[in-house]
Design a protein around this ligand. Sequence first.
Ligand code: NDP
Length: 436
Amino acid sequence: MAAAESKTVHSPLVTYASMLSLLTFCPPFVILLWYTMVHADGSVAQTWYYLRQHGLQGFINIWPRPTAVAWKIIFSYAAFEAVLQLLLPGKRVEGPISPAGNRPVYKANGVAAYLVTMVTYIGLWWFGIFNPSVVYDHLGEIFSALIFGSFVFCIFLYIKGHLAPSSTDSGSCSNIIIDFYWGMELYPRIGKNFDIKVFTNCRFGMMSWAVLAVTYCIKQYETNGRIADSMLVNTILMLVYVTKFFWWEAGYWNTMDIAHDRAGFYICWGCLVWVPSVYTSPGMYLVNHPVDLGIQLALYILVAGILCIYINYDCDRQRQEFRRTNGKCLIWGRAPSKIVASYTTGSGETKTSLLLTSGWWGLSRHFHYVPEILAAFFWTVPGLFNHALPYFYVVFLTILLFDRAKRDDDRCRSKYGKYWKLYCEKVRYKIIPGIY
Ligand code: NDP
């Protein structure tokens, strides 16, 4: 059933086109992004000039080879996170019922893993055991190793999906490219307890965001003997965002990434490579661009960013609380308005879901994407406007979330039918109230 679902949502043409572009453009883009931020003053024009002068050979020359140091850093970090995921205690949490009728069970130890990771990393630096500047100095090699390593990991996922799927939420759609790209398993595990998507998306991907934000901050400090207020605002906002993420991690296990997207190249390569490189890139830029904003401007940006992260969190919290209490909660001080939507599962059972139509979810169907995009803008803007490249993440995120809103709408329309139509009549706008 899930295979059928992924088939209807993504046509083979879309899959081929996005896979080809991901394979062809994303790895070189990651390397060029790193090169421009670290070696070309953040200037696309400078990189362009270099490439025009030196051509393909010049590009091959700047692509760092994955070194032993890079592999060591990646494997130590991955092993540390895997051990924390397995061993730290946490509450037992049940995920949403899957298309095949399974209910995945998780151990909610994300906050503990996040705290242990940050304290250990900063502690290693503080006590002179390991200097995070080493990570920054080998960043190109690390991204290069991640690009190749993650590809091999996705082949492993494909083979595992065929030979040893972890649950009935798996299957082939008889097209090797679609199977590899969109994935074969919804909830792949190693053994009974090690959830692969929790590892790739949360404990490797999202955790690397916080680790690299701190790395950039420390690198600037080690280089200049001080941290510019622009870097501080950027790092604090990114850390608040990632802290919010781990605080709400069990909620993330109910979202499209986990409950609908299978573990394939699209989501896993994205979390293992794109998140550490592209998502952290505004901080990567600031290392060599210590802009002084002044206390007043720095504070305005900081407060605006924190407000956006809070609103984004509150949107997710509202939906989750509403579903958890079966609609028996207060939304902005009132009883929620809702639609009781029924749908049929893959096994033919009829079930119902509640759709919230008040609070943030009454403003538009994906209002939470607005503060998400604005928060990204606020942690980028401390770098000011000398270069466009630091804003790449904001632009990418905007395109990603507008596409995601469409994908989610399509999926919910096919799941809920007339009830989704009713929801769209009640809540007319997709993302921006009054506009779109
Ligand atoms: P959502 O949290 O928006 O979940 C969408 C699902 O919620 C729908 O598929 C539907 O699932 C259910 N739903 C939709 N409308 C309603 C409603 N009115 N009431 C109750 N349930 C509803 O998914 P996302 O994964 O897109 O977003 C989660 C968070 O992750 C957000 O904060 C977002 O900003 C962030 N995000 C960040 C990204 C990044 O790269 N930085 C990328 C993507 C998301 P069901 O089948 O259960 O009905």
